[in-house]
Design a protein around this ligand. Structure first.
Ligand code: SF4
Length: 462
């Protein structure tokens, strides 16, 4: 579509009409200009150039990030060296173990995330057949390579050194779950009752692996790990400031009990970290009384994830949530959360790609995108922030051996979501930078959603 002066206009009229704001026409050259704020030096090969050709308005680093998240990254001695001094990743989030671990030692670690020149963060998920690998060293610098050709310089976050241990003598870092310089993620419990009842969500490590392991070993969940985590957060808040802490964990069939568990963790956490840290609860959908209890305990934001949109998929993908709560109550809980926490403080995420990889579902790509658009439209109409993550081949889940959807599919979802967030003026709820979106781009390095508003400067309040 052209303007009278011959320049192009991005016509978003094909997106579902939202009731919040009138339809916007966004000048494409403005979006391209905004997109060019990404200052990363990236050498695209033919495959990445092809992706760029399909998504010309998408910042280069998002294209690269989506492809790396989809392909994973191959372990290398250089990665082992970087892992010896940088923030380590959570092993359970990785698809594979470190190969030849004996040769690297029991303490070998995978760095939590790679940092590109424009500060975009990419989660490191091991996949030995990936074309991506890290080369270089701490002195001369590191590169991310594709098929052994350098693509872009990268760096890592240094591991903080605590000058004391926790009161039980264990290391602070082990209990902390640090995700980035000023971000941590903790759990209220690692036990999921849906995993116990064989009603776990199909994609979830906690429900498919962690909970059965606890049941098998007869391990009891004592309060000690909770106390350790809170003590570690207090130590971290003193040493390097904690801007964000995400609290997630297993689900309870009785949501009132889950509220109590979150309240216990969040109120202790709030006391430990002080008033300025943003605490986000990733939990099930509660009723208004439940949300008020979380807010009084000190939660700032909530994220009850719908995971899949089409109601007929609930029993196949999230059977426990379907049986205990169901989609109608879940949506009601989301709306009540907005009443309690406010617009911009409530989001719901989807597992992007599950409709394409689960043989019992087998949507076409177009049908899956249509479903995502219907979900984003419905949530935005209720002033709830939609998000999506990329399905991973997490070990022990039903998708460990699937072929993931193509990178193009995730870039389609990313552009659809961004366009609809603009149209609903939802990015204007956020101030920019780390706070360009509901999630911080530093801690949520396994999603691409939150990189668009930051790199394209889409927050009108910035
Ligand atoms: S309810 Fe949560 S913790 Fe339990 S299986 Fe589902 S995603 Fe995992």
């Amino acid at each position: 579509m052209l303007r009278p002066d011959g320049s192009q206009i991005l016509d978003v009229s094909h997106f579902p009409v939202l009731s919040l704001k009138p339809r916007l026409l966004i000048p494409l050259d403005v979006l391209l200009l905004l997109g060019s704020k990404s200052m990363a030096n990236i050498q695209f090969d033919d495959r990445l150039k092809n992706l760029k050709g399909l998504f010309p308005e998408t910042p280069d680093t998002i294209i690269l990030k989506a492809d790396v998240l989809r392909e994973g990254i191959s372990f290398s001695p250089e990665m082992a060296e970087a892992g010896s001094w940088s923030l380590p990743g959570a092993a359970f989030l990785s698809r594979e173990a470190i190969p030849d671990r004996e040769s690297y030692g029991a303490d070998a670690r995978v760095p939590n995330q790679m940092i590109l020149e424009d500060d975009t963060r990419i989660n490191t998920e091991l996949e030995q057949i990936s074309p991506y690998v890290i080369r270089g060293n701490r002195e001369s610098g590191y590169s991310l390579c594709r098929n052994d050709m350098p693509i872009t310089p990268i760096k890592f976050t240094e591991r903080p050194v605590f000058d004391h241990e926790l009161s039980d003598g264990s290391p602070v870092a082990r209990a902390l779950g640090q995700r980035a310089e000023h971000c941590a993620a903790i759990v209220h419990t690692v036990f999921c009752e849906y995993g116990r009842d064989s009603m776990e969500c199909t994609y979830c490590f906690l429900g498919n692996v962690q909970t059965p392991r606890i049941l098998e070993t007869g391990q009891h969940l004592k309060g000690t790990s909770h106390n350790r985590t809170i003590e570690a957060c207090a130590a971290a808040a003193k040493l390097f400031r904690l801007d964000h802490v995400v609290v997630s964990g297993g689900a309870f069939v009785d949501t009132d009990l889950e509220v109590k568990s979150y309240v216990k963790t969040i109120s202790a956490l709030r006391k430990a970290v002080g008033p300025d840290t943003r605490i986000t609860a990733v939990c099930q959908a509660f009723d208004e009384a439940g949300w008020r209890a979380l807010k009084e305990a000190g939660a700032s934001r909530v994220q009850p994830n719908l995971e899949v949109w089409d109601e007929e998929l609930w029993s196949r993908v999230i059977p426990g949530k379907e049986k205990a709560i169901g989609k109608t109550r879940w949506m009601e809980g989301l709306k009540q959360a907005v009443d309690v926490f406010g617009v911009g403080e409530v989001a719901s995420s989807f597992v992007g790609g599950i409709e394409l990889c689960d043989p019992r579902i087998a949507y076409t790509e177009d049908k899956a995108v249509d479903s995502a658009r219907a979900a984003y439209d419905s949530l935005l109409e209720k002033q709830i922030v939609p998000m999506f993550g990329m399905l991973t081949k997490a070990r022990g889940t039903r998708y460990e051996h699937v072929d993931l959807p193509p990178t193009e599919y995730y870039l389609r979802l990313g552009w659809e979501r961004t366009s609809m967030m603009i149209q609903a003026a939802m990015f204007d709820q956020y101030s920019g930078g780390v706070d360009s979106d509901f999630s911080c781009y530093k801690c949520v390095s396994h999603k691409i959603c939150q990189d668009y508003p930051r790199l394209m400067e889409l927050n009108n309040n910035s």
